[in-house]
Design a protein around this ligand. Structure first.
Ligand SMILES: [Zn+2]
Length: 120
């Protein structure tokens, strides 16, 4: 076993103290330092970091939230692009180019439609 440094020694003492105070050791470990977490009453505590751990929302919740805040921006961007493509279609006479632009418009419209669905 590795020789414990002073900080580890302190945290071990704290852990022992927590256990004495009736804390329970959890299966989860601290997201910051990886040492075991303790449940003290309703609080989750890391002895090594010497702080209370407040569980943030799950990654998925954060992701969903981030996407949701992005939706209005994405809508504006997509609509802006569609307007630009609309002008392009008006001035473009090359069938091949028109086909490409039309395909792109369909893609953008589909994206826009998906965004509307995501708004709930
Ligand atoms: Zn920690």
């Amino acid at each position: 076993m590795l020789k414990m440094n002073e900080k580890d020694d302190v945290s071990v003492k704290k852990m022992a103290e927590l256990l004495r105070r009736g804390a329970t050791m959890l299966a989860e470990s601290c997201p910051q330092c990886g040492s075991p977490l303790f449940k003290v009453g309703d609080d989750i505590y890391c002895a090594k970091c010497d702080r209370r751990i407040v569980y943030a929302k799950s990654d998925q919740e954060i992701e969903t939230q981030a996407v949701k805040t992005l939706i209005p921006e994405l809508r504006v961007t997509l609509i802006g692009k569609l307007k630009a493509l609309n002008e392009l279609v008006e001035s473009e006479n090359d069938i091949e180019k028109l086909t490409r632009v039309a395909n792109l418009m369909v893609l953008l419209l589909q994206s826009l439609h998906h965004l509307e669905d995501m708004r709930e």
